[in-house]
Design a protein around this ligand. Structure first.
Ligand SMILES: Cc1ncc(C[n+]2csc(CCOP(=O)(O)OP(=O)(O)O)c2C)c(N)n1
Ligand SMILES: [Mg+2]
Length: 517
């Protein structure tokens, strides 16, 4: 075996099943190894941001890593924006990046870059392999890091990929978690028993079913509200799961919402801060007077910590949760008439099938969607957690590969969609069940809103030109068709409901442009 084959064999042994790739010459031994050592399926992304966004979507859905295979520093750099989203979503992603042969680096070839510096900004763990024989341990350590909800990056020189390795060491994976400190959780339980006006803010794995169910018990026992970050990376919702409120995007509303609480307990979520520093508005949404308690570190198991806390509070697993604290199976009516952002969200909510995966990169159009769906059939919502747009179409692609039996619906801003639109081609090539709903307001609407909120200057011709998308208008139906995805444009809620229904019953990807004011 050579180093590249060893790498693939180790990744297969660690449970990796898919590889989103955009390779170059320095990765070709690994491309060949994918065929020589069968077990990982390769998916071509036509831009590295597609590969990393798809690996993120896959990782969020299955809570285990896909591999993203990227070419040297420039390829990795192209993938960074979506790796940033993955990092914020605590999503497991295993990057493998080729590096020039060790003997060739000194010549400073054209594609040479400082890959480790790039890796550092988005990866919780990274390493350049020191020899071919070290590759299995590097992959094993990287996969262990992903189990903590981290992006991990292995950089593999070309000569080590080609080197023959007669014997190699296999590394056993241990638990990635630091142990819990029972005393600390018990002290938190005592503190909560004597508090009033409490919120439990959930993030990461705590927003999956098991975490939500234990959070429901804690709420029932101590009467706290349940909160989530503004853009949670992964959240399950539906009948039987507790209603969780997200911290609003705009600072004044966020501050108003959290001002209700004397104590906020964080379980897998960071303290909320405003997205931007607005003059005269504080960065941290909570005030100094409000008590903040952190249940566990990012290196501890948040689900175990919540379960331990529930037991310490006497919130046993047979506690009956009142129906009014849970999402109930209800649907809004399909509205009628010309589409608006709100009607688009209502129509989606009225139509989405059981077990849908909703990717929300709708920016301004999606605002009213989240306020509805607690009462909808069971579904998963994924947001652009790092605020780095161009995530939706790739994320939906990876989610559909992870969960081929679940319908994926991508509520997609038009401006954001254009960053990584070529992911539609991967959807067509793989016949993925993704319906992309383009929120075609033909603008960077959120920037127009921010401009008018800032009151700094009236909109001049440059401010107008840099925030609108009408000259020329973008032809979404032909873009979709050009990538092999059937596309249609609708302007009323009735037409949207009909086309969405059709798209969801026909196999393969579809794109529906929703013409919005
Ligand atoms: C990588 C990256 N580039 C630029 C931005 C700044 N930005 C945030 S939202 C946005 C426009 C979003 O437009 P669209 O998807 O059409 O949603 P709308 O605002 O119209 O609802 C831009 C350019 C960003 N967040 N991330
Ligand atoms: Mg727009």
């Amino acid at each position: 075996m050579n180093g590249a084959e060893l790498l693939i064999e180790t990744a297969i042994g660690e449970g990796v099943k898919v590889c989103f790739a955009n390779p170059g010459t320095t990765e070709l031994p690994m491309v060949v190894a994918l065929d020589r050592v069968p077990g990982i399926r390769g998916y071509l992304g036509l831009f590295e941001g597609v590969c990393t966004g798809a690996a993120d979507g896959y990782g969020r859905m299955l809570d285990k890593p896909a591999m993203a295979l990227l070419h040297l520093g420039p390829g990795f750099a192209n993938g960074i924006a979506n790796l940033h989203n993955a990092r914020r979503a605590k999503s497991p992603v295993l990057n493998v990046v080729g590096e020039h042969a060790t003997w060739h680096r000194d010549a400073d070839p054209p594609l040479a870059m400082d890959i480790e510096s790039l890796a550092r900004t988005v990866s919780g763990w990274w390493r350049t392999s020191k020899s071919a024989l070290d590759i299995p341990a590097d992959i094993a350590d990287a996969v262990t890091a992903t189990r903590l909800g981290q992006v991990a990056t292995v950089i593999v020189p070309h000569d080590y990929q080609l080197a023959e390795c007669d014997e190699h060491r296999v590394k056993e994976l241990g638990s990635p978690f630091d142990p819990l400190e029972p005393n600390s959780v018990e002290a938190i339980a005592s503190r909560l028993k004597t508090s009033r006006k409490m919120a439990l803010m959930l993030g990461g794995r705590a927003l999956r079913e098991r975490g939500l169910k234990v959070a429901a018990r804690i709420r029932k026992r101590i009467g706290c509200d349940l909160l989530a970050p503004t853009l949670p990376g992964y959240m399950e919702r539906g009948p039987g799961l507790p209603i969780v409120e997200r911290v609003p995007f705009y600072p004044e509303r966020a501050v108003e919402m959290v001002s209700r609480y004397e104590v906020v307990l964080f379980a897998g979520a960071p303290e909320p801060v405003t997205f931007f520093g607005y003059p005269g508005v504080r960065s941290r949404v909570l005030s100094d007077e409000q008590e903040k308690i952190v249940l566990c570190t990012d290196r501890q198991n948040v689900i175990e910590a919540l379960e331990y806390l529930a037991d310490a509070l006497g919130a046993s697993s047979d506690l009956i949760i009142d129906d009014n604290l849970l999402g109930r199976p209800e649907r809004p009516e399909i509205p009628g008439g010309e589409l608006t952002a709100e009607k688009a969200c209502l129509t989606l909510a009225a139509t989405q099938p059981e077990n849908a995966i909703i990717v929300d990169e709708a920016i301004t159009t999606g605002l009213s969607y989240f306020l509805l769906p607690t009462a909808l059939p069971a579904h998963t919502v994924m947001n652009v957690s790092g605020g780095s747009i161009g995530q939706g179409i790739p994320c939906a692609t990876g989610a559909a590969i992870a969960c081929p039996d679940r319908p994926v619906i991508d509520l997609q801003g038009d401006g954001s969609g254009l960053y990584t639109v070529q992911a539609l081609w991967t959807q067509a090539r793989e016949g993925l069940n993704v319906t992309t709903l383009i929120c075609s307001n033909r603008s960077y609407r959120i920037l127009q809103v921010e401009l008018s909120r800032s009151g700094i200057a009236p909109n001049g011709p440059n401010a107008e030109a840099l925030t609108e998308l009408t000259k020329p208008p973008i032809d979404w139906v032909r873009i979709a068709q050009g990538f092999g995805v059937p596309g249609v444009s609708v302007s009323t809620a009735e037409d949207l409901a009909r086309e969405l229904g059709k798209a969801l019953t026909e196999p393969g990807p579809h794109l529906i442009e929703m013409l919005l004011p």
